[in-house]
Ligand binder design. Structure first.
Ligand code: UD1
Ligand code: CA
Length: 451
């Protein structure tokens, strides 16, 4: 069984924030969200998040996807681990994970689990030119890890060491719980350091191994907003490179913001200043033009999306959208639909090859195939209290500036005359015209002008 204890109870003083540290956002989600996703992708079954400072913020975000342990007060990382008592007595390996390491990838976590097969305690290290305030890895003459010394406890010689502690460890779970009571707070910060487990495991004759990670930037622990920015930039580069390696063109990858949960088909081109969040799937041969924002959308092949905002929406193949349109709340758009400029669609289904090209609002509607919307059509779906549904059959032709007051049904091939306000059903093949007749006042226009 693979378990993990994520330490996220600290205040994160250096962030200078009311928000707890691990809820600060790296690229598309909070640090704790990245840690959770990466652990899940690495196959960790049981996750216990140790919360304390800002506990509710983390619980609101991760909900019941993990178990929680409360650490109150926060007496150090070793003390944080001691709180995860629900793991006591479980077999297998337990990963101990700093909540402020959002970049460590699932592949790295898997490698650590593999490496951990040969030892009772395995830690992740890396070599940094500037070891800054990280804990230093001290090795003996045989190059075995002897101990971790915290920055504040280092002597001048130890400070020169460039191999640092990442803050991620893998321990035999039963031995972990056996030795946790041996931690003390006899150090510069008067805290219980999880790092002291190295010496304790060794003292009892167990093997302690280190896995030295090659990508030191992936290993950073985020303590302040500058590191937060570095983490976002690393992750953006990582995600963008992966997508490009899969056959996608990013015209300006520096200014393209994909989510960590984005997949894109080959030969799709993404222009600068595009932002994606949540789950995004885009097919092949699409063009995603500048100024587009996509959140939780699925887009088929051969689509063009131009400077538009799409959320919680599913789009078929060969659809064009925009510029400047807004699709939201569960829209489903079939193949070969054309949605033009300044169109808002909410909770609406559009059938095959329907066209809705200009300045139109369609909300809470089911629209058939090959329907044509003129300019400025409005479904009037809300009376101030309730929302009502509109149904429009295949082949209907909706003239410009028509108001459709829901609930109403428009039959197949019906014709709604421009400028009409429609509040009764229109049957298949009928025409509805609902506007005052035009009157002519002979010569009145000229007279007015001459005055
Ligand atoms: C820790 C390590 C250090 C390592 C560095 C890597 C210790 C003693 N030191 O230092 O060797 O190089 O990470 O980034 O572990 N936390 C709790 N409860 C507490 C204290 C901390 O849950 O009482 C959590 C924090 O919320 C944070 C994580 O543990 O997510 C690490 O704590 P932090 O204070 O950032 O440790 P560092 O000083 O960075
Ligand atoms: Ca840290």
């Amino acid at each position: 069984m693979k378990s993990a204890i994520v330490m996220a109870a600290g205040k994160g003083t250096r962030m200078k924030s009311d928000k707890t540290k691990t809820m600060h956002q790296v690229m598309d989600k909070p640090m704790i969200g990245h840690v959770y996703d990466n652990l899940k992708k690495a196959g960790v079954e049981n996750i216990v998040v140790v919360v304390g400072h800002g506990a509710q913020q983390i619980k609101d975000y991760l909900e019941d996807k993990v178990d929680y342990a409360l650490q109150e007060p926060q007496l150090g990382t070793g003390h944080a681990v001691m709180q995860a008592t629900s793991l006591k007595g479980k077999p297998g390996k337990t990963l101990i994970f700093n909540g402020d390491c959002p970049l460590v990838q699932p592949e790295t976590i898997q490698q650590l689990f593999e490496k951990a097969q040969d030892a009772e305690f395995t830690l992740l290290t890396t070599v940094m030119e500037d070891a800054a305030k990280y804990g230093r890895i001290i090795r003996d003459e045989q190059d075995h890890v002897e101990k971790i010394v915290e920055f504040k406890d280092c002597n001048p010689e130890e400070l020169l060491v460039k191999e640092i502690n990442v803050g991620i460890y893998c321990a035999d779970n039963e031995l972990l719980w056996k030795y946790l009571p041996e931690l003390t707070n006899d150090n510069a910060q008067h805290e219980y350091y999880v790092t002291d487990l190295v010496e304790i495991f060794k003292k009892h004759g167990h093997t302690v191994n280190a896995m030295v990670a090659s990508d030191r930037d992936e290993m950073i622990g985020v303590n302040d907003r500058i590191m937060l920015d570095e983490a976002s930039r690393w992750l953006k580069r990582h995600v963008n490179r992966k997508i490009m390696s899969e056959g996608v063109t990013l015209i300006d990858s520096e200014n393209t913001y994909l989510s960590t949960d984005t997949s894109i088909g080959t030969d799709t081109v993404v222009y600068p200043n595009v932002v994606m969040e949540g789950h995004v799937e885009i097919g092949k041969n699409c063009r995603i033009l500048p100024g587009t924002y996509l959140k939780n959308v699925v887009i088929g092949d051969g689509c063009t999306i131009d400077s538009s905002r799409l959320t919680d929406t599913k789009i078929g193949n060969k659809v064009t959208i925009g510029p400047s349109s807004h699709l939201r709340n569960g829209c489903e758009i079939a193949d070969e639909v054309r949605i033009g400029n300044f169109v808002e669609l909410k909770n609406t289904k559009l059938g095959y090859n329907t066209k809705c090209a200009h300045l139109t609002y369609v909300g809470d509607a089911t629209v058939g195939e090959k329907v044509n919307f003129g300019c400025g059509v409005v479904t009037v779906n809300y009376d101030g209290k309730h929302k009502f549904h509109t149904e429009i059959g295949d082949g209907a032709f909706i003239g410009s500036n028509v108001n459709i007051i829901a609930p109403v049904k428009i039959g197949k091939n019906a014709l709604l005359a421009a400028g009409s306000t429609i509040n009764h059903d229109v049957e298949m093949g009928d025409m509805a015209i609902a506007r005052p007749r035009q009157e002519i006042k002979k010569g009145f226009g000229q007279k007015y002008k001459d005055k």
